[in-house]
Design a protein around this ligand. Structure first.
Ligand SMILES: Cc1cc2nc3c(=O)[nH]c(=O)nc-3n(C[C@H](O)[C@H](O)[C@H](O)COP(=O)(O)O)c2cc1C
Length: 211
Protein backbone atom coordinates (compact mmCIF):
# COMPACT_ATOMS: atom_id res chain seq x y z
CA UNK A 1 0.00 0.00 0.00
CA UNK A 2 2.80 2.36 0.99
CA UNK A 3 4.52 1.61 -2.33
CA UNK A 4 1.35 2.49 -4.31
CA UNK A 5 0.97 5.81 -2.49
CA UNK A 6 4.61 6.72 -3.24
CA UNK A 7 4.12 5.83 -6.92
CA UNK A 8 0.92 7.87 -7.13
CA UNK A 9 2.65 10.85 -5.52
CA UNK A 10 5.54 10.59 -7.97
CA UNK A 11 3.14 10.42 -10.94
CA UNK A 12 1.24 13.45 -9.66
CA UNK A 13 4.49 15.41 -9.29
CA UNK A 14 5.55 14.49 -12.82
CA UNK A 15 2.13 15.45 -14.20
CA UNK A 16 2.12 18.81 -12.44
CA UNK A 17 5.70 19.54 -13.61
CA UNK A 18 4.76 18.81 -17.21
CA UNK A 19 1.70 21.05 -16.99
CA UNK A 20 3.78 24.15 -16.28
CA UNK A 21 4.62 26.43 -19.20
CA UNK A 22 8.35 25.54 -19.05
CA UNK A 23 7.66 21.90 -19.58
CA UNK A 24 5.03 22.06 -22.36
CA UNK A 25 7.13 20.07 -24.82
CA UNK A 26 9.85 18.37 -22.80
CA UNK A 27 10.94 16.06 -25.60
CA UNK A 28 11.39 18.84 -28.16
CA UNK A 29 13.30 21.15 -25.80
CA UNK A 30 15.46 18.19 -24.79
CA UNK A 31 16.33 17.39 -28.38
CA UNK A 32 17.16 21.01 -29.16
CA UNK A 33 19.41 21.37 -26.11
CA UNK A 34 21.09 18.08 -26.92
CA UNK A 35 21.76 19.26 -30.46
CA UNK A 36 23.24 22.60 -29.34
CA UNK A 37 25.46 20.96 -26.72
CA UNK A 38 26.57 18.20 -29.12
CA UNK A 39 27.77 20.57 -31.86
CA UNK A 40 31.52 20.56 -32.36
CA UNK A 41 34.02 21.41 -35.05
CA UNK A 42 34.84 18.41 -37.23
CA UNK A 43 37.92 18.56 -39.41
CA UNK A 44 38.17 15.15 -41.04
CA UNK A 45 35.59 13.52 -43.27
CA UNK A 46 35.20 10.26 -45.15
CA UNK A 47 34.71 11.87 -48.58
CA UNK A 48 31.07 10.83 -49.06
CA UNK A 49 28.82 13.26 -50.86
CA UNK A 50 25.86 14.88 -49.15
CA UNK A 51 22.38 14.26 -50.59
CA UNK A 52 20.87 17.31 -52.30
CA UNK A 53 17.80 17.22 -50.03
CA UNK A 54 20.01 17.37 -46.95
CA UNK A 55 21.97 20.28 -48.41
CA UNK A 56 18.74 22.13 -49.01
CA UNK A 57 17.69 21.60 -45.39
CA UNK A 58 21.05 22.91 -44.17
CA UNK A 59 20.59 26.05 -46.24
CA UNK A 60 16.99 26.38 -45.08
CA UNK A 61 18.24 26.34 -41.47
CA UNK A 62 20.88 28.97 -42.27
CA UNK A 63 18.28 31.26 -43.81
CA UNK A 64 16.00 30.90 -40.77
CA UNK A 65 18.45 32.95 -38.70
CA UNK A 66 17.45 36.24 -37.12
CA UNK A 67 18.48 39.27 -39.15
CA UNK A 68 18.61 42.98 -38.31
CA UNK A 69 15.69 44.90 -39.86
CA UNK A 70 14.85 41.66 -41.69
CA UNK A 71 17.42 42.60 -44.36
CA UNK A 72 18.68 38.99 -44.87
CA UNK A 73 22.05 39.95 -46.37
CA UNK A 74 23.25 36.33 -46.63
CA UNK A 75 24.03 34.43 -49.79
CA UNK A 76 25.65 31.03 -50.08
CA UNK A 77 27.93 29.45 -52.64
CA UNK A 78 27.82 25.66 -52.55
CA UNK A 79 30.84 23.73 -53.82
CA UNK A 80 30.99 19.97 -54.29
CA UNK A 81 33.94 19.61 -56.63
CA UNK A 82 37.44 19.11 -55.21
CA UNK A 83 39.00 21.27 -57.92
CA UNK A 84 36.79 24.11 -56.67
CA UNK A 85 37.97 23.49 -53.10
CA UNK A 86 41.56 23.79 -54.28
CA UNK A 87 40.92 27.12 -55.97
CA UNK A 88 39.38 28.74 -52.92
CA UNK A 89 42.01 27.26 -50.56
CA UNK A 90 44.71 28.71 -52.85
CA UNK A 91 47.50 26.53 -51.48
CA UNK A 92 46.66 27.37 -47.85
CA UNK A 93 48.17 24.38 -46.01
CA UNK A 94 45.78 24.84 -43.08
CA UNK A 95 42.84 24.05 -45.34
CA UNK A 96 44.28 20.84 -46.83
CA UNK A 97 42.57 18.75 -44.16
CA UNK A 98 39.20 19.82 -45.55
CA UNK A 99 39.76 18.33 -49.02
CA UNK A 100 37.67 15.25 -48.11
CA UNK A 101 34.57 17.26 -47.25
CA UNK A 102 31.43 16.26 -49.14
CA UNK A 103 30.58 19.90 -49.76
CA UNK A 104 31.72 23.36 -48.86
CA UNK A 105 29.34 26.19 -48.21
CA UNK A 106 30.84 29.64 -48.51
CA UNK A 107 28.67 31.89 -46.39
CA UNK A 108 28.67 35.33 -47.97
CA UNK A 109 27.10 38.67 -47.21
CA UNK A 110 25.88 41.41 -49.43
CA UNK A 111 27.12 44.33 -47.35
CA UNK A 112 24.72 46.80 -48.89
CA UNK A 113 21.00 47.16 -48.76
CA UNK A 114 19.10 48.49 -51.73
CA UNK A 115 15.67 49.80 -50.93
CA UNK A 116 13.89 53.10 -50.27
CA UNK A 117 15.13 54.89 -47.18
CA UNK A 118 13.16 54.99 -43.94
CA UNK A 119 12.86 58.75 -44.30
CA UNK A 120 11.37 58.42 -47.78
CA UNK A 121 9.69 55.00 -47.87
CA UNK A 122 7.92 55.77 -51.14
CA UNK A 123 11.03 57.16 -52.80
CA UNK A 124 13.52 55.47 -55.12
CA UNK A 125 15.62 52.50 -54.01
CA UNK A 126 18.96 53.67 -52.64
CA UNK A 127 22.01 51.48 -52.08
CA UNK A 128 23.70 52.07 -48.74
CA UNK A 129 25.84 50.11 -46.26
CA UNK A 130 24.14 47.67 -43.90
CA UNK A 131 25.98 48.01 -40.55
CA UNK A 132 24.58 44.70 -39.24
CA UNK A 133 25.61 42.29 -41.99
CA UNK A 134 28.28 40.56 -39.86
CA UNK A 135 25.82 39.77 -37.10
CA UNK A 136 23.33 38.33 -39.55
CA UNK A 137 25.74 36.04 -41.37
CA UNK A 138 27.26 34.86 -38.09
CA UNK A 139 23.78 33.83 -36.92
CA UNK A 140 23.18 32.08 -40.25
CA UNK A 141 26.50 30.25 -39.95
CA UNK A 142 25.68 28.95 -36.47
CA UNK A 143 22.22 27.82 -37.64
CA UNK A 144 23.94 25.96 -40.45
CA UNK A 145 26.31 24.24 -38.01
CA UNK A 146 23.43 23.17 -35.78
CA UNK A 147 21.58 21.67 -38.73
CA UNK A 148 24.76 19.85 -39.73
CA UNK A 149 24.92 18.34 -36.25
CA UNK A 150 21.26 17.33 -36.41
CA UNK A 151 21.96 15.36 -39.60
CA UNK A 152 24.89 13.48 -38.02
CA UNK A 153 27.26 15.37 -40.29
CA UNK A 154 30.34 17.30 -39.25
CA UNK A 155 31.46 20.80 -40.21
CA UNK A 156 33.93 23.47 -39.29
CA UNK A 157 33.48 27.24 -39.41
CA UNK A 158 36.70 28.51 -40.97
CA UNK A 159 37.48 32.18 -41.01
CA UNK A 160 37.53 34.07 -44.27
CA UNK A 161 36.43 37.62 -43.39
CA UNK A 162 38.18 39.85 -42.26
CA UNK A 163 41.48 38.48 -43.61
CA UNK A 164 42.32 40.02 -47.01
CA UNK A 165 44.65 37.17 -48.02
CA UNK A 166 42.02 34.55 -47.29
CA UNK A 167 39.17 36.48 -48.88
CA UNK A 168 40.97 37.40 -52.12
CA UNK A 169 41.21 33.90 -53.70
CA UNK A 170 37.66 33.08 -52.62
CA UNK A 171 36.28 36.28 -54.12
CA UNK A 172 38.17 35.74 -57.35
CA UNK A 173 37.41 32.03 -57.73
CA UNK A 174 33.71 32.47 -57.04
CA UNK A 175 33.35 35.67 -59.06
CA UNK A 176 31.70 37.51 -56.20
CA UNK A 177 30.32 40.98 -56.94
CA UNK A 178 32.17 43.90 -55.33
CA UNK A 179 29.68 44.33 -52.48
CA UNK A 180 29.56 40.62 -51.60
CA UNK A 181 31.98 39.49 -48.88
CA UNK A 182 32.98 35.84 -48.37
CA UNK A 183 32.43 35.63 -44.62
CA UNK A 184 33.07 32.01 -43.68
CA UNK A 185 34.11 28.86 -45.49
CA UNK A 186 32.27 25.87 -44.02
CA UNK A 187 33.47 22.41 -45.07
CA UNK A 188 30.82 19.75 -44.36
CA UNK A 189 31.06 15.98 -44.49
CA UNK A 190 30.50 12.66 -42.80
CA UNK A 191 32.96 12.51 -39.88
CA UNK A 192 35.88 10.14 -40.37
CA UNK A 193 36.66 10.07 -36.65
CA UNK A 194 34.89 10.32 -33.30
CA UNK A 195 34.53 13.91 -32.19
CA UNK A 196 33.61 15.10 -28.73
CA UNK A 197 32.00 18.45 -27.97
CA UNK A 198 33.87 20.77 -25.64
CA UNK A 199 32.19 21.67 -22.37
CA UNK A 200 32.32 25.46 -22.39
CA UNK A 201 29.93 26.06 -19.47
CA UNK A 202 31.62 28.64 -17.25
CA UNK A 203 29.56 30.14 -14.49
CA UNK A 204 32.13 32.89 -13.90
CA UNK A 205 31.08 34.45 -17.23
CA UNK A 206 27.60 35.21 -15.93
CA UNK A 207 26.71 38.37 -14.04
CA UNK A 208 23.27 38.79 -12.57
CA UNK A 209 21.84 42.27 -12.19
CA UNK A 210 25.18 44.06 -12.72
CA UNK A 211 28.89 43.25 -13.28
C1 LIG B 1 34.88 33.11 -36.28
C2 LIG B 1 35.45 31.71 -36.24
C3 LIG B 1 36.54 31.42 -37.01
C4 LIG B 1 37.09 30.12 -37.01
N1 LIG B 1 38.11 29.83 -37.85
C5 LIG B 1 38.61 28.59 -37.89
C6 LIG B 1 39.61 28.25 -38.83
O1 LIG B 1 40.02 29.08 -39.64
N2 LIG B 1 40.08 26.97 -38.84
C7 LIG B 1 39.60 26.02 -37.98
O2 LIG B 1 40.08 24.87 -38.04
N3 LIG B 1 38.63 26.31 -37.08
C8 LIG B 1 38.12 27.56 -37.02
N4 LIG B 1 37.10 27.86 -36.15
C9 LIG B 1 36.57 26.82 -35.25
C10 LIG B 1 37.07 27.04 -33.83
O3 LIG B 1 38.43 26.69 -33.74
C11 LIG B 1 36.20 26.20 -32.86
O4 LIG B 1 34.86 26.63 -32.96
C12 LIG B 1 36.68 26.34 -31.42
O5 LIG B 1 37.92 25.73 -31.23
C13 LIG B 1 35.69 25.69 -30.45
O6 LIG B 1 35.54 24.31 -30.75
P1 LIG B 1 34.13 23.68 -31.13
O7 LIG B 1 33.64 24.34 -32.39
O8 LIG B 1 34.42 22.22 -31.34
O9 LIG B 1 33.20 23.94 -30.00
C14 LIG B 1 36.54 29.13 -36.17
C15 LIG B 1 35.42 29.44 -35.40
C16 LIG B 1 34.86 30.71 -35.44
C17 LIG B 1 33.61 31.00 -34.65
Amino acid sequence: MKKVIVMMAAAAMLFSACCTKQCDTPSVSGVVMENILARKSVRSYNGDTIPAAVMEDLLRAAMAAPTGMDIRPWCFVVLTDKSEYETIFDGNGNMKKFMESGAIIVVCADTTVTRPTREDPDGPAVTRPNPMWRDDVAAATENLLLAVEAYGLGACWTACYPFPNTMAPVKAALGLPETVIPYAVVPIGYPATENTPKDKWDISRIHYGRW
